[in-house]
Design a protein around this ligand. Structure first.
Ligand SMILES: Cc1ncc(COP(=O)(O)O)c(C=O)c1O
Length: 482
């Protein structure tokens, strides 16, 4: 059941003409246009019919919903275990601002985790609150990730309470871009025990999906808050949780959930903040996708997440055991167990891979994957890259990635042996400029080897030619666009 998606679909199927706005809706402005085909190729007729500006009784009010949006938000609150859920079409950057406005009051003290997203850093100074940041820490020598120093955050919180100047609000970034998850049962439990009247914003941008798998759910903010409330410990605590749904569920970009566990007053404050901060032209396709994403996660989330965790194991296993992937090294999770005293854990749907022994930079590796293999990796940390095995990645995609990694390693090995010194038996030519670096019979001294290595790092194409015959690109060309 997806009431908002169904209501929008019913409207999209009608032959409606709007005298309000959005000329492109239902292809109205495109009927006799030469540009229509490109619109259709990019967006499709279905999307153009569903992008509507109806409000109030015709669909629902975004700011004071009473119809299908309200029903969809209630179903989402039930599925995630919140008291209230808001749908936003302005991303979690907006959801974080709304949550902070609802939780804080001018003059109060806020303790924020330094590793929070920019949206929180930008919002806090405008709220009239006194902010202290708990520092970040590095994981260890073999791992380039950074995250909040939770021990220090809890100390700062306890010191402020002991001094009689407690923090009213605490802000945590609990599921990071790099796959670090906070141990929320321990952290929220400690906050409630030290000073129970606390409001907490937990930014779980990357972790919406975790609520739908029994093993991943145990560390989530909503599950933890319910448990604390049930035990009586967290009864006075108010918690807002933000989920960038488009990062881990089948929601469209900018789809975000803001969940609340707390009083009716908190709910009303959040509604008022939403009214002030959200665009007055919400995207109904994005909002409907939040409804569908919840419906799918409820029905299929556990199976899909199980597949993601299994695929992450496959990647780690192949890298460990396949000689053709020996230049890659898995940094985490699993073998890189974070010290439990840091109060963090690894997200098992992420795999961090070191490229130290591959001999090309992480950005060159990412560019080769994108240009030559149609594979995209967003994150690089030093000489490592990070894979997110989200629910849209299947076995076939993982096999394609592994095959591409084998190809890149093979090319690197062949290139290294051709350039490994001694007397050259072929032309070695970088383009541009096309003047041979070495011709057959010349000695490939260290200076020339260094030059070749540096040109390759810059992404230049380097060819070899053995007498007559076609040139062989030693390094698969990866033309720079800049
Ligand atoms: C931890 C965190 N919070 C919030 C956001 C903002 O989310 P959105 O891009 O949906 O505005 C991000 C985006 O990457 C994030 O990583």
């Amino acid at each position: 059941m997806a009431p908002l998606a169904d209501a929008l679909l019913a409207l999209a199927r009608r032959d409606l003409t709007s005298f309000h706005a959005l000329p492109v809706s239902h292809e109205g402005s495109l009927r006799d246009s030469e540009i229509r085909e490109r619109y259709l190729a990019l967006y499709g007729a279905a999307h153009l019919a569903a992008d509507v500006s109806y409000s109030g009784a015709m669909l629902d009010s975004f700011f004071r919903p009473r119809g299908p949006l309200l029903q969809a938000q209630r179903l989402a609150a039930q599925a995630f275990g919140a008291d209230h859920t808001f749908f936003l079409s302005g991303g979690t950057s907006t959801a974080n601002r709304v949550a902070l406005g609802a939780l804080t009051r001018p003059g109060e003290r806020v303790l924020a985790d330094r590793s929070c997203h920019q949206s929180i850093h930008f919002a806090l100074p405008g709220l009239g609150v006194e902010v202290d940041y708990a520092p970040m820490r590095a994981c260890c020598d073999s791992c380039p990730r950074e995250f909040g120093d939770i021990r220090r955050l809890l100390e700062m919180y306890a010191e402020a309470a002991a001094e009689g100047r407690p923090y009213s609000t605490v802000v945590l970034s609990a599921v990071s871009y790099d796959g670090v998850r906070y141990n929320l049962p321990a952290i929220l439990g400690a906050l409630a025990e030290t000073h129970p009247h606390v409001r907490v914003l937990v930014d779980e941008a990357w972790g919406a999906a975790h609520n739908f798998h029994p093993d991943l759910r145990t560390l989530t903010a909503l599950h933890t808050s319910r448990m604390l409330r049930r035990s009586g410990e967290g009864r006075q605590m108010e918690v807002a949780v933000t989920h960038s749904a488009h990062k881990s569920l089948s929601a469209l970009r900018q789809g975000s959930y803001l969940h609340l566990i707390g009083s009716e007053e908190m709910h009303e404050r959040a509604a008022q903040e939403l009214f002030q901060l959200h665009t007055t032209s919400p995207s109904w396709p994005v909002l409907a996708s939040l409804d569908l994403a919840r419906a799918q996660a409820t029905a299929e989330g556990e199976r899909l997440l199980r597949r993601s965790i299994d695929l992450a194991h496959t990647v780690r296993h192949e890298i460990d055991t396949d000689e053709k992937l020996s230049a890659f090294e898995v940094l985490g999770p699993d073998r890189h167990l974070l010290d439990s005293s840091m109060l963090v854990a690894d997200d098992p749907t992420r795999v961090m891979i070191s490229l130290k022994n591959l001999g090309i930079s992480a950005s060159d590796f990412r560019r080769q994957l994108f240009e030559e293999h149609d594979l995209y990796i967003a994150r690089e940390c030093g000489d490592a890259i990070l894979l997110h095995l989200h629910i849209g990645v299947d076995e076939k995609a993982v096999q394609r990635l592994l095959q591409a990694m084998r190809t890149i390693q093979g090319n690197r090995r062949r290139a290294s042996s051709a350039f490994s010194g001694g007397t050259c038996d072929q032309f070695i030519i970088a383009y541009p400029p096309g003047v041979p670096i070495a011709v057959p019979g010349e000695h490939l001294d260290e200076g020339r080897q260094r030059l070749i290595a540096s040109l390759r790092t810059q992404g230049r194409e380097i060819y070899t030619l053995r007498g007559r015959g076609p040139a062989e690109p030693l390094q698969q060309p990866s033309p720079r666009r800049d």
